[in-house]
Design a protein around this ligand. Structure first.
Ligand SMILES: Cc1cc2nc3c(=O)[nH]c(=O)nc-3n(C[C@H](O)[C@H](O)[C@H](O)COP(=O)(O)OP(=O)(O)OC[C@H]3O[C@@H](n4cnc5c(N)ncnc54)[C@H](O)[C@@H]3O)c2cc1C
Length: 242
């Protein structure tokens, strides 16, 4: 992270001596330090890249914890819920189904492992995009000038309202159409069915494939399925039926 050369602010302060807001410069700013950015942060750290992460508040799984809604088991297995690099690390791990609480603890452990030194605890309130840079503004008055901005705040996940606030106890004898699948859809169905509701699952037929594939006695993860890794086995791979 570089400071604006026009600024004379001290290292611990984000305001100029005249009270104006100092601008911090970074090639890359990532907004949100939740589950989805872990692989990106890990790669950046591995390559020694400079970046800033700004994050504040709860992840979607912590919102569920606060709402006391972590009382369900995942229906996607460890092989499809964990990142493929974790599967490689624990290659001997047998497939299993985590509880929602175990999955949250797992996310927290990853965040502890990969917490960047440049993690800023603040809330982004505005991003101004210009032709060659963006300005990221925070609640506490910080300003970041960045060439690239990655927004990973799960802000489009409107389903969270249903998951954490819907009054399942007040719903019985209804027909409910669930327009989502995976762990969220199953969590909702598991709460509605015992309360005598009729559940219709609407799906586009997408399947979450396991991320670990065994070909001729060798394990490949999806991020390893590149031509140079599998060319000897390509014909076999292409003939594997999933
Ligand atoms: C019950 C359930 C089941 C799910 N099932 C599946 C599934 O089967 N398959 C699948 O692919 N996905 C599934 N998901 C979705 C997936 O797990 C989550 O979407 C994923 O954990 C989100 O990761 P994220 O990094 O985008 O967001 P989060 O982990 O929520 O992290 C976002 C971070 O950004 C921070 N933040 C938010 N706004 C700001 C801001 N303005 N400024 C600064 N920081 C901010 C938050 O505090 C948080 O720390 C499921 C989610 C739930 C809750």
């Amino acid at each position: 992270m570089q400071r604006d050369s026009r600024s004379n602010a001290s290292d611990s302060c984000n305001r100029n001596a005249d009270g104006g807001t100092e601008t911090l410069h970074s090639e890359l700013v990532i907004v949100g330090f939740g589950y989805s950015v872990i692989p990106l942060v890990r790669e950046l750290q591995r390559e020694g890249r400079r970046f800033v992460v700004i994050s504040d508040g709860e992840s979607v799984w912590e919102q569920l914890e606060r709402a006391d809604r972590l009382d369900f088991d995942l229906v996607s297995s460890a092989h499809s819920s964990l990142f493929s690099f974790e599967l490689v690390k624990q290659r001997k791990v047998s497939d299993s189904y985590l509880t929602a609480r175990e999955f949250l603890e797992h996310q927290r452990a990853l965040r502890r492992t990969y917490a960047p030194e440049t993690l800023v605890r603040d809330r982004v309130v505005e991003i101004q995009n210009h032709s060659d840079h963006s300005l990221v503004l925070t609640r506490d008055g910080r300003r970041f000038h960045a060439k690239h901005v990655v927004v990973a705040t799960a802000f489009k996940r409107e389903l969270m309202g249903v998951l954490s606030e819907f009054d399942f106890d007040a719903t019985s004898g209804k027909t409910v159409v669930i327009n989502t699948s995976g762990d969220s859809g199953n969590m909702i169905a598991a709460k509605l069915i015992p309360r005598d509701n009729r559940v219709i699952m609407l799906t586009n037929g997408m399947l979450t494939l396991d991320k670990l594939v065994r070909v001729l006695g060798k394990d490949y993860t999806l991020d390893q399925l590149e031509y140079h890794n599998v060319r000897q086995h390509l014909e076999v791979l292409l003939s594997v039926q999933y």
